[in-house]
Structures are given as C-alpha cells and as structure tokens.
Ligand binder design. Structure first.
Ligand code: CTP
Length: 215
C-alpha cells in the first residue's frame, strides 16, 4: 500500500520585538491567534507543521514543531532553517524597524535617542529566494484603509501566490478578537470575500483551499 505523501507547512505568527536595551523594545500589536489557528488546522489535516511564533500569551501548540522567537532576525533565521516546505503562511506582525545601536546596558531615561533602520522583510526574502520558496507562498495584509489596493500591491511586491487581507480598523474582527473576516487575493487577480467567522473556521477555510491547490 502506497503511503500518501505528507505535506510540509510553515507558519509565522505573532509580533516581533526589537530591543533598544535589555529592558526596552518596540513591537507591533498582534495576538497571534489567527496564525496559531492556521498552524493547528495544518496539523489536524496531517501536515508536518512548523509554527514560528513571536512572544504571545497563547499556549504553545502540541503535535507540531513549535518555535518561539523574539526578534525579526530570529524569526528569519528559524524560517530559513525550517524550509523547504510545500506551503508557508506568513501571518506574523513583524516590526518594520529595528534599533540601529542596541545598548547592552540599560539606557538612562535622560539619554534615550532612537535611531531606527528598516527590518528584514521575511516574506519578501523567502518569496524571492530561488531554491527555498515554497510552492505556495501566502502573505497576510492587515489594513486600516485602501484594503484592495494595498493587498494587490503586496501580492505583487512580495511575490506571493495569495494575500489574505483583513480590515483591522473594525474592532469586532482582527487583533484580540476571536473572529475574523478575510478576503483572499489570488495571483491571477481573482479574489474571494469570506463571511465573518471564528478565527478557527477562517483557518480551516484557508487550509482547505491550500489542500485543493497542492493536490
Ligand atoms: N512581513 C514579513 N517581514 C516583514 C514585514 C512583513 O514577513 N519585515 C510579512 C507579514 O507577515 C505579512 C506581509 O509581510 O504576511 C505583509 O505585512 P504587513 O505588515 O501588512 O506589510 P508591510 O510589508 O509591513 O507594509 P506596511 O506596513 O507598509 O503596510
């Protein structure tokens, strides 16, 4: 009897922290819930799954390769280490900037002067990588305005197969909420608007579409 091939999935989730000194950091708003639900759904569908998570209050998930990180650089390094995969979903709220000069002693408050530089774009790096790019590379777009335009721009600029977009200006969905309402933008310019539903159902809707695509 031939064993069905096991697909590999990688998910990034949660916020990253960019340290100013040992006690201070800048970060993004993100609970990690949607990414954790997606990783769970991959696991439950028999994928060999890696979840790379920033600092989040959610419990670790069993039955998959769970990796906790702090900074964007660490998230990038772990992503590289855990590829190749058949599908990667980048849900993490990566801090866009990091501090140019990390001070290894606590800075006194009189002298706090921040100099920032652009952080590494994990998704764009992977999606443009010749050998490590997953067959299905999926980005997220959290937008407060111009959702369609910004999502299509990210689809193109980050070389994604799909972009999953949600409107984070609506407090009943996104961030700490247990519900979400997503739109999926596909590379062929088609798009789908899903109804508002639990983040767990959003995850299975997405994973079902991934399975359909991979088979
Ligand atoms: N992303 C990433 N690494 C970064 C920034 C973003 O991997 N340094 C990924 C996110 O995980 C998400 C997608 O890129 O899948 C879009 O992230 P988003 O924060 O919406 O977009 P940005 O590229 O940061 O652009 P902007 O903040 O200008 O909207």
């Amino acid at each position: 009897k031939k064993k069905k091939k096991k697909f590999k999935a990688l998910v990034t989730a949660g916020p990253t922290r960019e340290y100013i000194d040992p006690v201070r950091f800048i970060t993004n708003k993100s609970s990690g819930k949607q990414g954790y639900e997606i990783a769970k759904s991959f696991r439950d569908n028999g994928f060999e799954t890696t979840l790379i998570s920033g600092q989040s209050n959610l419990d670790p998930i069993s039955g998959l390769n769970f990796i906790k990180i702090d900074t964007a650089q660490e998230m990038f390094d772990e992503t590289i280490k855990n590829l190749p995969a058949d599908v990667a979903v980048f849900t993490a709220a990566v801090a866009d900037y990091k501090i140019t000069n990390y001070e290894n002693k606590k800075i006194k408050k009189e002298n706090l002067n921040l100099s920032l530089e652009k952080n590494i774009d994990i998704l764009a790096n992977i999606s443009k990588h010749n050998s490590l790019r997953p067959k299905l590379t999926i980005g997220f777009a959290a937008e407060t305005n111009n959702l369609v335009k910004n999502s299509l721009k990210k689809l193109e600029e980050k070389n994604c197969d799909w972009i999953v977009a949600n409107d984070v200006s609506d407090n009943s969905i996104g961030f700490d909420s247990d519900e979400n309402q997503i739109s999926i933008f596909y590379k062929d310019k088609k798009n789908e608007n899903l109804k508002k539903m639990s983040k767990s159902l959003v995850a299975s809707e997405l994973v079902n579409r991934v399975i359909e695509k991979l088979n």
